[in-house]
Design a binder for this molecule. Structure first.
Ligand code: HEM
Length: 470
């Protein structure tokens, strides 16, 4: 195992998704620094971070080359191509900057694996204790995302007579694109009665950070719902993501307790035009029409809380909605292909809208078939989720597939752990209300739900969410 690593300059500068050398002089956990084979896995890639024909076409076809070059501040096309390569395929040695204008893990190209955790603060925790916890989490996350242990020599370099500071299962593993994103739940801001404001944050509550309304068909389980704090750990190696959550939970001991957590695999969205669209467990491409990081204007309009929004401390942040959506896989698998496609509104193979074209063709909801019926049913998922049905609303989806064993009836406990980032929770609420008529609902059950305010990024020397306390 070599300790050297390949470093890509990444076009997004200080924003979410920045890659770093992490050159802070510390010994790394590991990493072989090599490429991981076929970029994008479509057979036309090149080894070790080159650019495939598909990526070249995707990059220029989507008009992203200009954006990438522009974002790089006039960098060369070669740099833009390197960036496209960096975004397009997992590279074990890839490390994203922890510090920046936005937290990483939002517009960062979606990694393959997730460990998400929601915490309740312990009743004894006060304001100073909360600041201490956020400081300790920040310090650990800044190291973990660079492929380092929680502390220098954390796993085996300490005293034989004390528990190791790092649990050790990521020894020898490189950064694997790990991002750690923190969010604040409504409970941090008191119960609203002024009496239970133990952190002194009631006056700073974001007015929009209300519990989500009940939606039609919700079957929420309290044990999978809510939380005062959340941590989203995404990486291309599941052990690296789990190691992060495990160690951050351990650091929180006596201050915050794990309320619920979720493992995810096979990202169900792309957040970069350089990424191939993955598939959800219904077998459909998912993420085609997602907000992509290269769409800077759309990201600013739909994802980041603006400086002109309330409250000021949340500027550069976002609102995160998490929904554990169980899929009734066994029933779905008995549905005819044509009906599956009608329910989604797209073809199962190519992911093209049923109104025609290819994957990235805009759906035409007015197109009619020979009988005069719309080619895309008005109750199809994409018809109801499309911005045209929701006053122009979009969101950045960043969910994952999950399979958590099976239930007592022998059915897979499987589904989609839906994560979306938006400038206002109202964006999710509007689309989810619109989806009340969604034909897919027969095969879905929302069992978990949470909403968090995700603070903006921080500079070195600050702790995550510091602006909330100043
Ligand atoms: C398990 C549940 C779900 C499944 C299987 C699912 C599946 C899909 C698929 C296959 C697409 C088309 C490809 C794409 O553009 O990404 C899509 C699009 C979309 N979905 Fe979902 N989805 C689910 C839940 C949700 C939820 C809860 C929301 C938000 C409340 C949502 C919002 C959207 C949006 C905004 C689009 C893009 C529509 C467009 O602009 O064309 N989805 N979904």
């Amino acid at each position: 195992m070599r300790s050297s690593r390949r470093v890509f300059p990444f076009a997004q500068g200080v924003s979410d998704g920045t890659e770093t050398a992490g050159a802070n002089g510390n010994t790394r956990r590991g990493g072989d620094g090599g490429g991981d084979g076929d970029v994008g896995g479509d057979g036309d890639g090149v080894e070790g971070g080159g650019v495939s024909r598909r990526q070249l076409l995707g990059l220029f076809g989507a008009g992203a080359a200009g954006a990438a070059v522009g974002a790089a501040g006039g960098a060369s096309v070669a740099t833009a191509l390197a960036n496209a390569s960096a975004a397009g395929a997992p590279d074990p040695s890839r490390a994203y900057a922890f510090h920046g204008a936005h937290q990483a893990g939002i517009t960062t190209p979606a990694q393959d694996r997730l460990h998400f955790a929601a915490f309740d603060t312990d009743a004894s925790l006060d304001r100073d204790g909360l600041i201490g916890l956020l400081t300790d989490w920040t310090n650990a996350a800044a190291r973990l995302t660079q492929g380092l242990e929680v502390e220098e020599g954390g796993a085996v370099g300490g005293s034989d007579y004390a528990p190791p500071a790092d649990t050790g299962e990521a020894q020898g593993l490189p950064a694997s694109g790990l991002t750690i994103t923190f969010g604040f739940g409504s409970g941090l801001f008191g119960a609203g009665d002024g009496a239970s404001d133990r952190f002194g944050l009631a006056a700073r509550r974001p007015p929009l950070l209300e519990p989500l309304p009940r939606f039609q068909g919700d079957a929420l389980v309290p044990e999978l719902t809510g939380g005062d704090l959340c941590i989203q750990a995404c990486a291309d190696d599941p052990q690296v993501a789990v190691h992060a959550i495990r160690n951050l939970s351990r650091i929180a001991f006596g201050r915050a307790t794990l309320r619920w957590s979720q493992l995810g695999f096979g990202r169900t969205s792309s957040t970069s035009t350089a990424q191939a669209t993955p598939r959800n467990l219904f077998g459909f491409k998912d993420g085609t029409a997602n907000v992509k990081s290269e769409e800077q204007a759309a990201v600013d309009e739909h994802v980041w809380v603006a400086a002109s929004d309330e409250p000021a401390w949340l500027a550069g942040g976002s609102y995160l909605v998490a929904r554990r959506i169980r899929m009734i896989i066994e029933n779905w698998d008995r549905v005819q292909l044509g009906e599956q496609e009608q329910l989604v509104g797209r073809s199962k193979g190519a992911g093209a809208p049923l109104s025609g074209g290819t994957e990235f063709t805009e759906p035409d909801f007015s197109a009619e078939g020979p009988t005069g019926a719309p080619l895309i049913a008005p109750t199809a998922h994409v018809a109801l989720a499309h911005p045209s049905a929701n006053g122009g609303t979009r969101m950045l989806r960043r969910g994952y597939n999950f399979v958590d064993g099976n239930d007592a009836l022998g059915r897979l406990d499987a589904g989609l752990f839906f994560l979306s980032y938006q400038r206002s929770p109202q964006q999710f609420i509007d689309v989810q209300r619109s989806l009340a008529a969604d034909g897919l609902n027969e095969y879905l059950r929302h069992v978990g739900s949470a909403i968090f305010a995700v603070p903006g990024g921080i500079a070195e020397g600050e702790f995550v969410g510091q602006a909330l306390f100043t």
